[in-house]
Ligand binder design. Structure first.
Ligand code: ADP
Ligand code: ASP
Ligand code: MG
Length: 598
């Protein structure tokens, strides 16, 4: 006999018939001999309706009251679900977050789970009840109700599965699994049988709304296998587990974040500590920043651009305004009509020419790329919002995501290389070591230094469709392996700068290509650094903990080290600094993350 946590999303409990159908699934699992915890979301669009109502009463509703309001959605559905189980002749008990002992921090509307006391749950399960648990909510130390952020019922389910050491966690939803991209947007999308935690984490935080990204952090940390499946049928869905199905596949999925906004701070003095001044203010407000790009500017000044979700644009602009005054920046611009399109894959770090395929696909559609950032497992581009859907379709198609992968699956006898994960060492017996700690605390598995790379920047390249495609096609044709790429938003004379890192031994070849392109495009200049140091921090929770980059900036600024480039992903944050500063930087970062190191 095992313990199963099942979760039913809003559409799966949208009306009485659906609630009864979900109750039957719970009862069936119990009849198969399992103890069953059923997590439910608010019915249908109830959370949206409550949010609209709040804004009708107050355009800026206090976060505490928002949580008080939103938590009622789940309270309605747990009660109805328990009644449904009872009507079918079985025993059920509904519990709110507080009743289950889900204790969170006090960050209203995006609270983090600290601990779950399982006593009451265990007792109810041992007494033969189906436990119906309210998703998305908890209670802080003051006993105030908190919520975990939109889509947070997934996180409740996986956190309960982790706390109860469940054998299975089933996420029942309105799709029959995880697809290569949102099947509503791209009908050619294909269901995948298995996807790794790292890939799903990245896709989830880049817009694949099928899973709440923090639920995958829990799953990875506590080794909870997740089965995403349809609430309307019994067919097998997608397993989210540690190892990918096709480790050599360069891209396993694509995602879009349609409501993204870009902020640019113009004329920032290029000295250590400026980024800190800016991003500390954003981190304090728990705003998730992405696509940070620093443009090489004129006379020791640079432009810093980054993106935030549109919903956080207003507080982000306030924060940036404060910082701009202090650092003496000349102007702040923003654009709330942009979208971020990304591709994700564990195999891309080991192959040449992956980025070039994405840029070429966009060029063929005449889509202009406003910004580019990459990490080991993802490439993101910022485009005009109107171009988001064609861009998503084009990139989905170019990587053949609509077809079965050609690469050999993990475990196939002909596979020679073993799957590698960019998340550092095996998390092994982590679960034991995490006993008694904050469940969602930041975990750092490694701080590393890579001194093998050089940096090339083409300054003043034209800002039009096809340019990035041409650059990275020529680079790939020369057999050059590119690691990090950043393309800034509008810089010198309305042109842009494009930077990338290459292995030091390939620098002469890369410079050849860059010089040729600079002449072709009549660019301002090509600059390079013979040796740069890439410092990386790997772990779990790197993006949902908004202060990781800031802690890196702070530690490096303390040693007067200037950050040239930064790339962030769910599993790793990289910064590129001067080659000479590598060793000192490494020591600074190890000290800074000592308390979070595994
Ligand atoms: P629930 O209410 O069950 O939590 P959600 O609406 O949060 O359901 O998530 C399911 C939706 O996620 C699907 O209807 C689909 O449109 C969307 N989605 C986005 N990306 C993906 C993807 N890669 N695979 C499957 N579904 C996706
Ligand atoms: N009801 C909440 C929301 O709509 C939580 C969830 O559905 O996961 O965001
Ligand atoms: Mg959801």
């Amino acid at each position: 006999m095992g313990l199963i946590v099942q979760k039913f999303g809003g559409t799966s409990v949208a009306d009485s018939q659906k609630i009864l159908a979900a109750a039957r699934k719970a009862i069936r699992a119990q009849l198969e001999g399992h103890q069953v915890v059923t997590v439910v979301s608010a019915m249908g669009k109830n959370t949206d309706i409550l949010i609209d109502l709040a804004h009708e009463v107050n355009p800026r509703p206090p976060a505490r009251e928002m949580d008080m309001l939103l938590s009622t959605g789940e309270q309605v559905s747990v009660a109805l679900m328990a009644m449904a189980v009872d009507a079918l002749g079985y025993q059920a008990v509904s519990l709110t977050g507080a009743q289950m002992g889900i204790v969170t921090d006090d960050t209203h509307t995006k609270a983090r789970i600290r601990s779950i006391s399982t006593q009451r749950l265990r007792k109810a399960l041992d007494d033969g009840y189906v436990v119906i648990a309210a998703g998305f909510q908890g209670v802080d130390e003051q006993h105030d109700i908190t919520t975990l952020g939109r889509g947070g019922s997934d996180t409740t389910a996986v956190a309960l599965a982790a706390a109860l050491k469940a054998d299975q966690c089933e996420i029942y939803t309105d799709v029959d699994g995880v697809y290569t991209t949102d099947p509503r947007l791209v009908p050619a999308a294909r269901r995948v049988c298995r996807i790794s935690y790292d890939e799903m984490l990245e896709l989830a935080s880049l817009g694949a709304g099928v899973m709440h990204n923090r639920s995958i952090e829990f799953a990875k940390k506590y080794g909870v296998p997740i089965h995403v499946r349809s609430s309307l049928s019994d067919i097998e869905g997608t397993m989210i587990v540690a190892e990918p199905e096709f480790p050599d596949q360069p891209v396993c999925g694509a995602a879009v974040t349609p409501s993204e906004a870009r902020i640019t701070i113009v004329g920032v003095p290029d000295v250590p500590g400026t980024s800190l001044e800016i991003f500390a203010r954003l981190a304090d407000r728990k705003i998730t920043v992405d696509m940070i790009v620093q443009n090489v500017g004129d006379k020791g000044k640079s432009d810093i651009s980054f993106t935030v979700p549109c919903s956080e644009l207003e507080p982000a602009l306030q924060a940036v305004q404060e910082a701009a005054t202090i650092v003496g920046a000349s102007e702040i611009t923003h654009d709330d009509q942009v979208a971020k399109v990304s591709v994700v894959g564990l195999g891309m770090a080991r192959q040449v020419g992956v980025a070039n395929m994405m840029f070429s696909a966009l060029a063929r559609e005449e889509i202009n790329i406003q910004m580019i950032t990459t990490s080991e497992i993802k490439i993101s581009v910022l485009v005009d919002r109107q171009a988001a859907l064609p861009a998503l379709r084009a990139v989905h198609h170019v990587y053949d995501l609509d077809k079965e992968p050609h690469t050999l699956p993990d475990g196939h006898p002909d596979r020679t290389s073993s799957p590698t994960s960019p998340n550092g060492p095996d998390l092994g017996n982590l679960v034991e070591r995490l006993q008694g700690m904050d469940m969602e605390r930041l975990l750092i598995s490694d701080v590393e230094l890579d001194q093998s790379q050089a940096l090339v920047t083409i300054v003043g390249i034209p800002n039009r469709p096809g340019v990035a495609a041409r650059v990275f096609r020529d680079i790939a044709d020369a057999g050059i392996f590119v690691d990090m790429i950043v393309q800034g938003h509008k810089g010198y004379l309305g042109r842009i700068s494009l930077s990338f890192t290459v292995p030091q031994q390939q620098l002469p070849a890369a410079l050849d290509v860059a010089q040729r392109l600079a002449e072709f495009y009549d660019c301002h200049t090509v600059t390079h650094r013979q040796a740069v140091a890439k410092l990386s921090v790997s772990g779990i929770g790197l993006r949902s903990h908004t202060d990781v980059a800031i802690r890196m900036f702070r530690a490096l600024a303390r040693a007067h080290i200037n950050v040239d480039m930064i790339s962030t992903s769910e599993v790793r944050v990289n910064v590129v600094v001067d080659g000479q500063a590598g060793e000192v930087g490494l020591r600074q970062l190890r000290d800074a993350f000592q308390d979070s190191l595994l």
